[in-house]
Write a protein that binds this ligand. Structure first.
Ligand code: AMP
Length: 283
C-alpha cells in the first residue's frame, strides 16, 4: 500500500493513473476508522481500478470549543485496516501541507447550509466544502464515497460538485450501525458506559418517528414533540435539534407530502452525535 504525505506526490500519483486510464475511487475520512468507513472503502474497491483513502482531521470544519484537539487519532491502526482491505493508496497530509502559511481561499455553499448542522455549527460546512474541494483537486477521483449518516454533508457536497462543474460522481452509502442500532461514529469512543446506553435513545426516537409516519401522523410538530419526549428520558441527553426536512433541498417541512429526512442531533454528555432516516413518503 502506497502511503503519501505530500500534496505534490499525491498529484503525481493520480496523474499517472489517469494517463493510464485507470479509474480512481476516493474515500475522504478523518481517520479513527470503524466499519462505517470500511463499508465506503469496500464499495470504492469494488467499483474502481484504484482506491485512494485520505486521513485528515480538518481543522477548518471545527468551531471554537469543539473537539479538534481531542478528536481520536490512531494512524497505525487505520493504515493496518486499510492495508488488510487491499486499499492501493492512503493520503495522509499534515495540516501545513493542506493549509500552508497565507492560505486564504474558502468554498461556501449557500442555502443547503442554512439548516440542521449548518445552523448549529457556523462555518462547519465551509470547512468541509473547502477541504473536499482541495482533496478532489489533489486526488482527481472519478467517484467519491460518503456516508448517509452525514446526510446534509452529502447534499452540500453534491450541490458543490454540480455548481463548480467538478467531474466527480458522488456516491452515498447507507449508515452502518452497531448491533443495537447506534450509528457508528469515531466520536462514540468518548461515551462513558451510561452515556453509551442513553445514546440508544436516538435509535428509539428515529424508530418512533418512522412508526408515526407509517401510521399516518402527518403533523411534524406532533412527531417532534413525541421524539423530544423520548430523547429527554436520557439524563445526559441534550437535544440540539429534531428536524424533518425536505430530502432534496433540506427546507424544514410542516407536512409530510414529499420524501423527507428525519434528522436528530443531540449532546450525550459532552459528545455531539447525529443520526437520520431518509423517509420515502411518496412510495
Ligand atoms: P468522518 O471520518 O467522520 O469524517 O467520516 C468519513 C466518511 O465516513 C463520511 O462520508 C461519513 O459520512 C462516513 N461515515 C461515518 N460514519 C458512518 C457510518 N456509521 N456509516 C456509513 N458511513 C459513515
Amino acid at each position: 500500500m502506497n502511503i503519501i504525505r505530500d500534496v505534490q506526490k499525491m498529484k503525481e500519483y493520480s496523474l499517472e493513473l489517469r494517463l493510464r486510464r485507470e479509474t480512481i475511487g476516493f474515500v475522504p475520512t478523518m481517520g479513527y476508522l470503524h466499519r462505517g468507513h470500511l463499508e465506503l472503502v469496500k464499495r470504492a474497491l469494488a467499483e474502481n481500478d484504484v482506491t485512494v483513502v485520505s486521513i485528515f482531521v480538518n481543522p477548518t470544519q471545527f468551531g471554537p470549543g469543539e473537539d479538534f484537539d481531542t478528536y481520536p487519532r490512531d494512524e497505525a491502526r487505520d493504515l493496518q485496516l486499510l492495508e488488510e482491505l487491499g486499499v492501493d493508496c492512503v493520503f495522509v497530509p499534515s495540516e501545513h501541507e493542506i493549509y500552508p502559511e497565507g492560505y486564504s481561499t474558502y468554498v461556501h455553499v449557500e442555502r443547503l447550509t442554512d439548516y440542521l448542522c449548518g445552523a448549529k455549527r457556523p462555518g462547519h460546512f465551509r470547512g468541509v466544502a473547502t477541504v473536499v474541494t482541495k482533496l478532489f483537486n489533489i486526488v482527481s477521483p472519478e467517484k467519491a464515497y460518503f456516508g448517509q449518516k452525514d446526510a446534509q454533508q452529502f447534499r452540500v457536497l453534491r450541490r458543490m460538485v454540480l455548481d463548480l462543474n467538478m467531474s466527480v460522481t458522488m456516491v452515498e452509502i447507507p449508515t452502518v450501525r452497531e448491533e443495537d442500532g447506534l450509528a457508528m461514529s469515531s466520536r462514540n469512543r468518548y461515551l462513558s458506559k451510561s452515556e453509551r446506553k442513553e445514546a440508544l435513545l436516538i435509535r428509539e426516537a428515529l424508530d418512533r418517528g418512522l412508526q408515526m409516519i407509517k401510521e399516518g401522523t402527518y403533523s411534524v410538530s406532533e412527531i417532534r414533540d413525541e421524539l423530544g419526549r423520548i430523547l429527554r428520558k436520557g439524563k445526559h441527553v441534550f437535544v440540539d435539534y429534531i428536524e424533518i426536512v425536505d430530502e432534496k433541498n433540506l427546507n424544514p417541512v410542516e407536512r409530510l407530502d414529499n420524501d423527507v429526512i428525519l434528522a436528530i442531533a443531540v449532546f450525550v454528555g459532552k459528545t455531539r452525535l447525529i443520526d437520520n432516516e431518509v423517509i420515502r413518503v411518496r412510495e
